[in-house]
Design a protein. Structure first.
Length: 836
């Protein structure tokens, strides 16, 4: 009954939002007689919440902007915006976004901001990017679009290629340290990325662009604006794009079909309703993560031929006929999926397809109930359905019971390869509701976030044709069925996640609004109800876990003068364990259980962060510097262990990997146009991140605690530097950018790392005067990684140790090879765009 009431309340808010679209326009100007104190208190930025786009306080500069939103005035070429929140925040605007290659994903767009460590496996962003900030990866960060959460509810992954077309992005904000009080996230121990779409225009029109580039990249985009509809302020736009690109890391072609719509109506003094809908369909192919010996042997890989696996200690032959000996403790594979199929070759590219469909809808709206009371409501719905392909030999057991079976009525041999896609379907409705009361110098906010998510994850087995093509990429149709009539599944689980988060915050503005003091408390109650349908699991079929977590926050900001301010803040954030930590899954070994082993006792990861910073906002120059400190407990970590002496059988489990302490400095500086239309921007980060616990490694009699305490944390570059020099005189425009990322360890023992790298990009273009009905048509060229630097961008599979180590109690612990993402090589893209 309580759940019904909660859902009914959210539905009423949603219906209210929809009906408000019909509200008539009100041309009465807001009263100009409000006191300065009241306005400042109501609008004062804080850590209390600016997640929804209706919370944003948009300033209009008065400078001319083009159809694409470019003003030629934004600081640093659009890489820096005025900030007032009492915590570290960086943001980019249309001035920067529009000058990048069309279709770039949001992570690629913020790569130059302080602390943003971004790696893409393809230049166009069709396969997504990987990101970390201050050494904390994307699953430890919260991502929102138009106020609703984007992270996968199960494992908190973010699929940046699915989110939004760059042409419709107004702003991306990166809060490197902590989430806002109203942020709808269960994983934001390392900050948040908030994305905001442009509003529909008041007049009819639209925009288009077409692009062609390296790897036969082809893309088209079209947006149509309705303008004001009838006698209301209701307006909308509808857009669509289609892109294809030859995969860099296989013989495949990646395809993406994307559509978006946004409706907005505003009336009176501060009332606004909006509805954003995003649809995305991907037909992509996965890229392999590679270990260091494979990278050293094959570099960018052999796309067209066949490369056999080379096991540790073996002498192997390359496709060109040369031989080499594998002296490492890891298996050396081709660094791309093979382009030629041989029987039982699981590394063939067609066996690693990744089709996915997503639909997002969000209706962030604000209603001014009185002069002092404002209601903000953001109902949303998140739907996803797709698979990630892989191939394995014929199943020989159902749990602990040995069984045989049939595929399409025939009994396959034990060595027959089958296609086993990991299918995931997610339904995720929710709503964030908050009331803000402003009385004089005080602002009080209370709110509630509710979400009910249902995620179904299966992995049936189907056949593979003689040419290596799966019978069905969705695993439907003919499946492998055991003799007792059971359909085989590599995994089979249902996770229902119920989220109840209450929050309250108070902001006090003193000394004529020079001093702002914030304090708030968020209390989260999150329940995961799991059902594992595999037999003989260590947890039984039903696993229920509830997490209760208070999350306090506080901050102080002081405005020294109109240009300078200082701030200090502290916040507590958490990340609950991923849903797959609840389940056994995978291959069943008689003496070791499943290859993925559950840990239902895993505790949430907790971060306590403090920041102290200074900002300068002058008429020409803008600068900021922030010191930050984190203290982590119960770090969430996935660990791989050998189950036998030869390590032919191994298992993955999720553990709490102790603590971590991090100190560092972020800085950025930029200017408005100087020296003949130049706008430079620079960012810098220094991080010292240390593991504070000794971690257990190995398995069985070969397990021991390793000396990891005091070691530099993996996935964390000690230094990062970003630079961008923008030029725009109204016709000719261009930019040069550089990003340096220092070396990154890939083990907690610091016994393997990837070296630092430099990536440089260039863009250049020409903007014409209006031509007939075309507004500011322009042509531009974007060159990425101009030195064609071949490098490994990021550790994707961190291990405890890569080399054999002696534990605290004298046990010899064998190493496990970490894996990495190969970064995209040089690419060139040309595009033509115009408004109308």
């Amino acid at each position: 009954m309580r759940l019904v009431r909660l859902l009914s309340t959210s539905a009423l808010f949603a219906f209210g939002t929809v009906s408000a679209f019909a509200a008539p326009a009100n041309n009465t100007a807001p009263s100009a007689k409000k006191s300065h104190t009241k306005v400042a208190a109501a609008a004062a930025p804080s850590m209390m919440g600016n997640t929804a786009p209706t919370d944003e306080h948009i300033s209009v500069s008065g400078h001319h902007s083009y159809f694409d939103g470019v003003t030629r005035r934004d600081v640093g070429g659009g890489l820096m915006q005025k900030q007032d929140a009492a915590k570290s925040v960086s943001a980019i605007s249309r001035d920067y976004i529009e000058k990048q290659a069309p279709g770039q994903d949001p992570m690629q767009l913020i790569a130059l901001l302080p602390g943003a460590n971004v790696t893409s496996s393809d230049p166009a962003g069709l396969t997504g990017s990987h990101m970390s900030a201050r050494g904390l990866d994307q699953s430890q960060m919260g991502f929102t679009l138009e106020g609703f959460p984007l992270n996968d509810i199960g494992n908190f992954a973010v699929y940046s290629q699915e989110i939004v077309d760059s042409e419709n992005l107004r702003k991306i904000s990166l809060a490197q340290g902590s989430a806002d009080l109203d942020s709808p996230h269960l994983s934001a121990t390392g900050g948040v990325v908030d994305m905001y779409m442009i509003d529909p225009k008041m007049k009819k029109g639209g925009a288009f662009d077409v692009s062609y580039g390296s790897y036969d990249y082809t893309r088209g985009f079209l947006r149509l604006d309705t303008g004001k509809i009838g006698q209301t302020n209701l307006r909308a736009y509808f857009s669509g794009s289609y892109a294809t690109e030859d995969a860099i890391h296989s013989m495949a072609t990646n395809r993406k079909l994307h559509a978006e719509a946004k409706f907005v109506n505003d009336w009176g003094d501060g009332n606004r309703v909006s509805l954003a809908i995003v649809g995305n369909r991907l037909y992509n192919y996965l890229s392999p993560s590679v270990n260091l010996p494979s990278w050293n042997a094959y570099g960018f890989g052999e796309k067209t031929g066949y490369v056999a696996s080379c096991y540790a200690g073996s002498t192997c032959t390359r496709p060109n006929g040369t031989t080499f000996k594998n002296t490492s403790n890891a298996t050396i594979n081709n660094t791309v999926y093979n382009g030629t199929y041989k029987e039982n070759n699981s590394n063939y590219y067609k066996l690693h397809q990744n089709p996915f469909t997503n639909i997002y809808a969000s209706a962030p709206s604000t209603f001014k109930l009185t002069d002092h009371l404002v209601l903000t409501e953001t109902p949303y719905f998140w739907y996803g359905d797709g698979s990630g392909g892989g191939a394995y030999t014929t199943p020989t057991s159902w749990g602990a019971t040995s069984m045989t079976g049939t595929l399409n009525g025939k009994k396959p041999s034990s060595s027959t390869l089958m296609y086993e896609p990991s299918l995931t379907t997610t339904y995720r409705p929710g709503a964030v509701t908050k009331l803000t009361l402003t009385t004089g110098v005080n602002r009080l906010m209370v709110g509630y976030w509710f979400e009910y998510a249902k995620q179904i994850q299966t992995a049936p087995a189907t056949g593979i044709a003689s040419n290596g093509t799966p019978w069905n990429i969705w695993g439907s149709g003919s499946n492998f069925i055991f003799n007792d009539g059971t359909t085989y599944q590599y995994r089979a689980s249902l996770t229902q996640t119920r989220t109840h988060v209450m929050f309250i915050g108070d902001s006090l503005s003193l000394l004529h609004n020079k001093l702002t003091i914030d304090a708030g408390l968020k209390y989260a109650i999150v329940t995961r109800d799991g059902h594992n349908m595999l037999p003989n699991t260590s947890t039984g079929p039903y696993i229920d876990k509830t997490f209760y977590q208070p999350l306090p926050t506080a901050s102080i900001r002081y405005q020294i003068n109109p240009e300078m301010q200082v701030f200090v803040s502290g916040a507590t954030n958490f990340r609950i364990p991923m849903n797959y930590s609840l389940y056994d899954a995978g291959t069943y070994y008689k003496n070791g259980g499943y290859s993925t082993q559950a840990n239902a006792n895993q505790q949430p990861e907790i971060s306590i962060s403090e920041e102290a910073g200074w900002r300068y906002t002058g008429p020409t120059v803008m600068a900021s510097i922030t010191y930050f400190h984190y203290n982590f407990t119960n770090r969430l970590f996935s660990q791989t262990e050998c189950l036998n002496s030869s390590c032919t059988n191994y298992a993955t489990t999720n553990i709490n990997a102790g603590g971590q302490s991090t100190n560092g400095v972020d800085a950025e500086i930029g200017t408005r146009p100087i020296f003949y239309h130049l706008r430079p921007y620079a960012s810098f980060e220094y991080v010292d991140a240390r593991t504070t616990s000794n971690l257990r490694a190995g398995s069985g009699a070969s397990s021991d605690y390793l000396h990891t305490a005091g070691k530099f944390a993996p996935e964390t570059p000690k230094y990062q530097v970003g630079f961008n020099l923008d030029y725009d005189d109204g016709n000719i425009f261009g930019a040069y950018s550089l990003k340096y990322v220092a070396k990154q360890y890939s083990t907690f023992m610091d016994d393997q790392h990837i070296p630092g790298y430099v990536k440089m990009n260039i863009s250049v273009g020409y903007r014409f005067k209006n031509l007939g009905f075309l507004q500011a048509p322009n042509i531009k060229f974007n060159l990425t990684n101009i030195t064609n630097n071949h490098y490994l961008g990021f550790p994707t599979g961190v291990q405890t140790n890569a080399q054999t180590q002696r534990g605290i109690f004298g046990t010899t612990v064998k190493g496990t090879a970490p894996t990495y993402m190969i970064a995209a090589p040089f690419a060139a893209t040309g595009s033509i765009s115009a408004g109308f």
